[in-house]
Ligand binder design. Sequence first.
Ligand code: PAF
Length: 274
Amino acid sequence: MIIARSVAELQEAQKTLSGTIGFVPTMGALHKGHHALIQQAKKENDHIIVSIFVNPTQFLEGEDLDAYPRKEEADIKICDLAKVDILFMPTIDAMYEEDELYIAAPARRGYILEGEKRPGHFDGMLQIVMKLLNLSKANNAYFGKKDAQQLALIMQMVKNYFMDVNIIACDIVRDDKGLALSSRNVYMNEEEKARALSLSRALKRATNMIMGGELHAEVIKEEMLKVLQEADKVEYVAIVDRAFNPLDKVEIGNTIILVAAWVGKPRLIDNLWI
Ligand code: PAF
């Protein structure tokens, strides 16, 4: 595996590759969710590039940029064992200059739900993803469905800017109890992790209701909020279509049910695609 820490090193390393490229962008602290993305990318491409970059522009003032878990040594081992071809770990200076051109998230889809709670987050996220996709020269890029709104906005960016890359949406990976894996789960103690299960339980409750014939969004959300009482603070429960328009009634095959809540230190998100 080649480790590239600058754009020039990445470009030099890319000369050793021929065939299709699968790209997995991450912020490190790799867990089984990232591993699943890498494995899927490996199955579908000749070569794999993984990036690890804790992108400062997608953290808001007061968020956990400095405290964000960094596990460089372990991450390098995981990528090496997974037979990643190139691990791109750039410095901030390699990725940004002082007077940058900015990409803005769309006015509606970028400023509801996560975008409303974290205004500006998606601008920074799209900015770095655009750079990383361009640099990787990937044929296919892999993103988890857990960040459903991020995924939708990346797909929109690729469409709106006519970018030549396939965005592959990958299933959420959960621990054996149902907690969606996230690098921020390390912030929780055991008691908090048990309460964090209320997010996946609320989504399960929604599934059961839908399977029982209940399609009214308000009724489903009300029930979900009851299950979510174990969380410290619920930020939102939302039922939207795949284009992130709010729905009054669940549309089978075109619905995402989303939840965001604080449990202990981390703010957790989870969702279910119906
Ligand atoms: O989902 C993430 O880890 C990040 O938002 C991403 C896509 C790597 C961009 O920094």
